[in-house]
Design a protein around this ligand. Structure first.
Ligand code: GLN
Length: 483
């Protein structure tokens, strides 16, 4: 059996029966990653040696005992690099501590062993903004895997990881999950501690799992959530066992289809697959109704004011003094800051810093930043109103299938429009999940399509229940890309 292509749940059963050991899993993954020869290129670095040492001492009776995880390269794992896909932190920073989510996963027995590629500082939708390597879509190597958690999704979808962690500020878990045919979950804002996640836009960032199945998503979520005194925005909410809802029926569940997400610009193949999924959910007993989220059309503009504003503040810590890249032979302090930042950051990060600094500057603050905050309130209210009548909101995850490497590289605006369906859930702080709902065939290649479900605050359980019911009535999750 191929261990690398197995799920957490399958491996756990074999580990407990002692058919396999944690070492077997790591060695099988190592073999698959070596055989990939960097074609998919999901990883920036691996720490197989320490992982093998940990594997020997793992207590397999722990809930995640012996399960190796790929971690997006913006989440701190002690002793490992944490480059954020940037020249700024490459070869010049080693994580001095474990992020809270990593600590929690380790306590449950998981082994973080590989660093997944990503768009620089999580800014992007294709992983092409990584300064450190190319990642390709496992379903079509000429195409992008999505982003910014593209390495995490490509690793899981390409059977180069059992499961992975990503971060989602405006869709960065869900969009790559859709493009690589995996399950990606962005929890409610505050569900998962952000301590140890390198901040992009602190009011939007959330860590979440990318997995092969809905069950694995529920399993990982169990160990990610919880109040953390080191993150004041983490929520003190009870954490249910998310696996207990799997298999419950969805009869009578009310699902809303926001008309603003089903617009003409949606690719016809995606539209067809999502429509089929809706009918399938109806067959399973759900009630479908059209709803309206009237401020959807201002979500992208709102996000591209607020996220860069927060990023420009967060990234001011990269000053060439405390950590990371340092320019050499500079003449004075100002020259040192300027040269270090000019050398260390790539073009997209610079664009965001400029944009963010501009919208926060005096004279423009009210016109842009304050206005965007007001718009955010309206967007959030749309969801609150909609959830008075429905339990779940459904949409495509992306308006189009994965594009070709290089296709949108010089067109940032077109790249930003990719996030049309995913950004609103971040602005509203809501949990949202993407799962496979079929494939569209383009030039003889089957490209994955993602179905997005958005839930009420803290109601990840209903998302997972619905996703599981749908997944189990299909075979999409069983399809594997040809190598
Ligand atoms: N694609 C979006 C951006 O470039 C979202 C990124 C994310 O969620 N980290 O900002």
């Amino acid at each position: 059996m191929s261990l690398a292509s197995s799920t957490i749940a399958e491996l756990r059963r074999h580990l407990l029966k002692k058919d396999i050991t944690p070492t077997d899993i790591l060695l099988d993954l190592q073999k698959s990653i070596t055989q990939d020869h960097g074609t998919v290129g999901a990883y920036l670095s691996l720490d197989i040696e320490s992982a093998l040492k940990e594997a020997v001492n793992t207590d397999v009776t722990l809930p995640l005992g012996g399960i190796p995880l790929a971690i997006k390269d913006n989440i701190n794992v002690i002793g490992q690099p944490c480059t954020c896909g940037s020249r700024f932190l490459n070869n010049s920073y080693t994580a001095p501590y474990d992020a809270t989510c990593i600590q929690q996963l380790r306590s449950a027995g998981a082994i973080p062993f590989g660093r997944a590629n990503m768009d620089e500082f999580a800014m992007g939708s294709s992983t092409e903004n990584s300064a450190l390597g190319v990642t390709r879509n496992p379903w079509d190597h000429d195409r992008i895997p999505g982003g910014s958690s593209g390495g995490s999704a490509a690793a899981v979808g390409g059977n180069l990881a059992i499961a992975a962690l990503g971060s989602d500020t405006g869709g960065s878990i869900r969009q790559p999950a859709a493009f690589c045919s995996c399950v990606g979950l962005k929890p409610t804002y505050g569900r998962v501690s952000r301590y140890g996640l390198v901040a992009f836009a602190s009011s939007l960032d959330q860590i979440g799992p990318l997995t092969k199945t809905v069950e694995d998503s529920a399993i990982l979520l169990n160990y990610l959530c919880g109040k953390d005194k080191r993150d004041s925005t983490s929520l003190d909410a009870s954490v249910p066992d998310f696996t207990t809802v799997l298999g419950k029926d969805i009869k009578g569940l009310k699902i809303g289809l926001p008309k603003e997400y089903f617009i003409d610009g949606i690719h016809a193949g995606i539209r067809e697959k999502v429509d089929q999924a809706v009918r399938q959910l109806e067959n399973l007993g759900a009630h479908i109704e059209e709803i309206s989220l009237p401020h959807t059309d201002i979500a992208i503009a709102t996000y591209y004011v607020l996220a860069p504003a927060e990023a420009s503040a967060n990234l001011s810590r990269f000053d060439g003094v405390r950590y990371g890249h340092r320019a050499e032979n500079t003449s004075d302090v100002l020259d040192h800051y300027l040269t270090t930042r000019a050398e260390g950051f790539g073009p997209e990060v610079k664009r965001r810093i400029l944009l963010g600094t501009y919208v926060l500057s005096s004279g423009y603050y009210d016109a842009y930043y304050v206005k965007a905050q007001k718009a955010r309130t309206l967007i959030r209210k749309d969801f609150t109103d909609a959830f008075d009548n429905v339990d779940i909101i459904l949409s495509p995850t992306t308006p189009a299938p994965p594009f070709k490497l290089g296709e949108l590289r010089d067109d940032p605006l077109a790249m930003y429009l990719e996030d049309l369906c995913t950004i609103p859930a971040n602005l509203a702080g809501l949990p949202a999940l993407s799962l496979p709902c079929g494939f569209v065939s383009i030039n003889g290649k089957d490209l994955p399509v993602g179905l997005q479900l958005i839930g009420k605050p803290l109601d990840e359980a209903t998302l997972l229940k619905t996703a599981f019911a749908y997944e189990q009535s299909t075979t999409w999750h069983q399809r594997k890309p040809a190598h």
